[in-house]
Design a protein around this ligand. Structure first.
Ligand code: FE2
Length: 183
């Protein structure tokens, strides 16, 4: 009987891991990280969408680039969610919750020009970096050094993705300029 009561009590107990960060900071960081987690999964899915649907003469390059970027984005997700749990917050539980929280626009178009895909992802990655910097400020203020150091790595990775996307969208402009120079 006592065992049964214990089990009942355990089910009621909150999922609050004890942390030395103050409760207000935990609440704020949890909110910022959960929104970031939703953004990351939304961007992961858009990157895979374009990986699957890209077409044209640069198919292989773009298909592989977006696969690599998708893997990198996906890997961030688990670390964000586990940071939330480590400081005592709770995190995302469903696709529905992701769709309510994410802040970037979906792209469900039947056909998207490959260069437009890369430009759109470039913008989305830039916006993600901006939000990571905002979360970094919040964590820094609260003394959450573990999350700030992870965010620094993710910002660097995001800047690499933007760099590659930027260079790949310059190709048309570059060939036009080269052709003009030869004439
Ligand atoms: Fe694939």
């Amino acid at each position: 009987m006592a065992e049964k009561a214990d089990a009942k009590e355990r089910r009621k107990s909150p999922l609050a891991t004890r942390s030395d960060l103050n409760a207000e900071a935990v609440k704020d960081i949890t909110g910022a990280l959960n929104a970031l987690l939703a953004d990351v999964y939304a961007l992961y899915f858009k990157t895979k969408n374009f990986h699957w649907h890209v077409s044209g003469p640069h198919f292989r390059d773009y298909h592989l680039l977006l696969d690599e970027q998708g893997d990198q984005i996906f890997a961030i997700g688990d670390d964000i969610a586990e940071r939330v749990r480590k400081i005592g917050g709770t995190t995302i539980r469903s696709v529905g919750q992701i769709s309510r929280l994410h802040r970037s626009a979906d792209n469900d178009a039947d056909y998207v020009d490959p260069q437009d895909m890369l430009s759109e992802l470039q913008e989305d990655n830039r916006a993600l970096i901006t939000r990571m910097r905002e979360a970094h400020d919040l964590c820094e203020e609260a003394g959450d050094v573990a999350t700030t150091s992870l965010l620094e790595v993710w910002i660097d990775e995001g800047e690499r993705r933007v760099w590659f996307l930027f260079e790949a969208t310059r190709s048309r402009e570059y060939s036009a300029a080269t052709a003009g120079g030869k004439a």
